[in-house]
Design a protein around this ligand. Structure first.
Ligand code: DX5
Ligand code: ZN
Length: 218
């Protein structure tokens, strides 16, 4: 499937009816699973068992964004839970390339995420080791925050580097994506779009996914 990829974040889903909500977005490309440990970010979400439960009700790829300390200790649990891509934060590890290599050796796609305050330049030389990069367009930890358009400069830098190197690394934007912000992100070169509140806060999540895909495809 070619880009754009729409990835609803289940952080914004109804946890008392999580399976139903995942089924509501069967037309989405991926399911974005936000793992938060209450230490790397000031919020606690869910872990491997919920991830496995979601994996059990959908064939869609699980895009597992781990906002946790010591990600090295947890990748086996999330691979076992059904993650197709694990995206860890470069701020939480001192060897992002080693962790990427380990993920790929274990048959899992590898991604890194960068917080708004983290520059992207130091990581451009390592892009060949990664299947995906998440550019956070909000401070990680919570859904429903305001999109930070200044983060699109990092997207443009990544787009140029990936294209010049002839890589297929996917650029994903994460935070505050909705009908008003997705077009500028697509124009900057984003391939994959996380949307939590814009999808699960909508009366018709499937229609919201379609609208986002249409806007990102323009
Ligand atoms: C924030 C998470 C995001 C968040 C997106 O730390 O990584 O994926 O759930 O939620 P919205 O789309 O509501 O900003
Ligand atoms: Zn996320």
């Amino acid at each position: 499937m070619p880009a754009p990829y729409i990835a609803p974040s289940i952080l914004a889903a109804d946890y008392a009816n999580l399976g139903d909500d995942v089924e509501k977005v069967a037309n989405a490309d991926w399911i974005h699973v936000d793992i938060m440990d209450g230490h790397f970010v000031p919020n606690l979400s869910f872990g491997p068992d919920v991830t496995a439960a979601v994996d059990g009700v959908t064939d869609q790829e699980l895009d597992v964004h781990i906002m946790i300390e010591e990600p090295e200790k947890w990748i086996d649990a999330y691979i076992k839970a059904g993650a197709d891509t694990i995206i860890f934060h470069v701020e939480a590890t001192d060897d992002h390339v080693a962790l990427a290599k380990e993920l790929r050796e274990k048959g899992c796609k590898a991604g890194f995420a960068i917080k708004p305050g983290t520059p992207v330049e130091p990581y451009l030389a390592d892009l060949e080791h990664f299947d995906e990069v998440i550019v956070m367009s909000v401070e990680p930890g919570f859904g429903g925050q305001k999109f930070m358009p200044e983060m699109l400069d990092k997207v443009r830098t990544l787009r140029k580097a990936i294209d010049e190197k002839g890589l297929h690394t996917i650029i994903e934007i994460d935070g505050g994506i909705n009908e008003d912000t997705i077009t500028q992100a697509a124009e900057a070169g984003v391939d994959a779009f996380v949307a939590g509140s814009a999808v699960f806060g909508a009366a018709d999540p499937a229609a919201a996914v379609e609208k986002l895909r249409e806007l990102a495809s323009k």
